[in-house]
Write a protein of this length. Structure first.
Length: 586
């Protein structure tokens, strides 16, 4: 018999066929496995995409934490607002393994801001993730752990922290529980603090914590002493416009803004209210310096020996202008300022006229909210019509209302050589100081510095003198005005000062809201008794730390004004009598 054409034995041929069949089956199975694996990966990918786009955890809105929020510091690098590790508590309702009814009751006990029905609805609803409390305290976290419910999670989250507590709280501002800035520099700087371009670099405010502490301490002492409803204080660099301190009492803790009772009385706003920029008051006789600057600049005052009739109250139509402590005599320019004569100031304003008075006030920004980074800036109460009486009373701070910072800005221009610069809450480098706008001449500024010093050496501010620091300023007392109605016996007292008057560097303004007279002040509650002591204490503390060393050998020269001061004239006559008597004996 002949062999098959293949030349292979039948058994071997069958073996090769079986091997080929096995390889084919293996290839087929491997292909099936690869298809299944690819399908599984595809399903997982589609599922992940679906979860990411349509079924993400139900979280409350929050600020993106991709870039950590940058710190806010004072001008010397002291942290005012920073970040710490915080823990928020949340529940995943689908994962609850315990009794949902019991858990709802327990949650209502631990988180009483919502009723038990709310937690029942959450636990039995379709939401997959719900916050219970943002920024929980350690005690709350421990209490939740004791429930033993794995569906309640601890979510690590950065938390904004204010290490200085209540210091400058209205200026710094705060964040809500969702991490959204609510007020102050936190709100103004929000984009910059969270910007990738900023790279987490701290932002320096103009505030100096040493100065801020001194202002808050002195202000609080006076508010407590005189049972005032509040107060405000500002320290301003007269050459750069930087605010070294801005205080408003009462204070609140930026770490716990929710604990502040909400104010309902328009005369007594709550602690989150910044009295330094939000409140507008008639600031009384502090405006006399502004009127005198305007009169000197416009040539109304040229001779400081010129006398004005203050022998009796001034009748203007149906209104009568009188002095609180009448001298009942003709008064020179220095005398009018020393004794804070409303009558004399009104007569000078009458010579100035409505147009020049209103124009100068506008130049100082009294007709609009103050220019500053902070929000909630009060709108001045500008006279609707500048009648003759309006001009005369506005000259001594009645009938027009501005904020404390308006006044501080104006006084800075009065003493720094006549340049009006916008104030700022941000630290300025020497090259970034605005050129500003000239509002008065150098010569006028020099005269105002002399008059401000006279108030402290001879006038209503005598108790505010600090040896060697050459303080100058002006007192001001006025009744509070609410919706055009004066609230009798509700006073606002202010002292606006600057130092050192021979080369001014800083303006310090303190305002007291409704101070009360006490035994120590003989029942008096005017600015000289209430606001001035705070300014005196502030300047005594901050002067040396800011490089103004007490020096009794320095002072602004006021010798050319002495011949026009009534008290100096009396003293000179008394000396002449004594000398004459001595000569007669000789």
């Amino acid at each position: 018999m002949n062999a098959p054409a293949t030349g292979l034995a039948p058994s071997r041929e069958r073996a090769i066929a079986r091997i080929n069949e096995g390889v084919g089956i293996a290839h087929y199975r491997l292909m099936v496995l690869m298809l299944l694996f690819g399908l599984m990966v595809g399903v997982i990918g589609i599922r992940l995409l679906y979860l990411a786009l349509f079924n993400a955890p139900d979280r409350t809105p929050q600020v993106s934490l991709t870039v950590p929020r940058a710190d806010i510091t004072d001008r010397n690098g002291i942290v005012l607002a920073g970040n710490i590790k915080g823990i928020s508590l949340a529940v995943r309702p689908p994962r609850v393994i315990g009794d949902k009814e019991r858990l709802a009751v327990e949650l209502a006990r631990l988180f009483p801001t919502r009723p038990v029905d709310y937690y029942r609805a959450v636990l039995n609803g379709k939401r997959k993730f719900v916050y219970l409390e943002r920024g929980a305290t350690p005690a709350k976290i421990h209490a939740v752990r004791l429930l033993g419910e794995p569906a309640i999670e601890e979510v690590p989250e950065p938390k904004r922290f204010y290490p200085q507590g209540t210091m400058a709280s209205q200026a710094i501002g705060y964040m809500d529980i969702g991490g959204v800035p609510v007020s102050g520099m936190e709100a103004y700087l929000d984009k910059r603090l969270t910007s990738a371009a900023n790279g987490g670099k701290p932002v320096a405010m103009s505030i100096d914590v040493r100065v801020q502490a001194a202002v808050e301490s002195a202000l609080a002492a006076q508010v407590i002493k005189h049972s005032a409803v509040g107060g405000a204080g500002v320290v301003l660099d007269v050459h750069t416009g930087e605010i070294l301190a801005m205080a408003s009492l009462p204070v609140f803790n930026s770490n716990a803004p929710g604990l502040v009772p909400v104010g309902t009385d328009p005369l007594r706003p709550d602690a989150r209210y910044n009295r330094a920029i939000s409140s507008v008051y008639e600031l009384g006789s502090t405006f006399k310096m502004i009127t005198f600057a305007n009169a000197i600049e416009n040539g109304v005052i040229t001779d400081f020996g010129k006398r004005y009739d203050a022998t009796a109250p001034l009748q203007v139509g149906r209104f009568k202008i009188k002095d609180d402590h009448p001298e009942n005599r003709w008064m020179s320019i220095p005398d009018i300022m020393i004794h804070s004569s409303n009558i004399g100031t009104a007569r000078i304003a009458d010579e100035l006229g409505e147009a020049r008075t209103a124009a100068f006030f506008r130049k100082l920004g009294f007709d609009r909210p103050v220019d500053l980074e902070l929000g909630a800036r009060g709108k001045p109460l500008w006279p609707g019509f500048w009648a003759r009486t309006t001009t005369m009373t506005a000259a001594y701070g009645h009938g027009i209302a501005v904020s404390q910072l308006h006044l501080a800005n104006a006084y800075a221009a009065l003493v720094n050589g006549g340049i009006m610069r916008p104030a700022t809450m941000l630290k300025r480098s020497p090259g970034a100081v605005p050129a500003g706008q000239r509002v008065i001449s150098e010569a006028t500024s020099h005269r105002i510095r002399q008059l401000m010093r006279l108030v402290v050496t001879h006038g209503t501010g005598k108790t505010g003198n600090v040896p060697g620091l050459r303080i100058g300023g002006k007192t001001g007392t006025a009744e509070k005005n609410l919706n055009g109605r004066y609230i009798h016996n509700s006073l606002v007292t202010t002292f606006a000062g600057a130092f050192p008057m021979d080369a001014p560097r800083y303006v310090v303004v303190v305002t007291m809201d409704e101070p009360q007279g006490i035994k120590e002040t003989y029942g008096f509650r005017t600015a000289a008794w209430t606001a001035l002591p705070a300014v005196k204490n502030i300047i005594a503390r901050i002067g040396p730390m800011l490089g103004v060393i007490p020096d009794t050998s320095k002072d602004i020269d006021i010798s050319d004004l002495r011949p026009y001061i009534y008290e100096e004239q009396l003293a000179a006559k008394d000396r002449e009598k004594k000398e004459s008597a001595i000569h007669a004996i000789d």
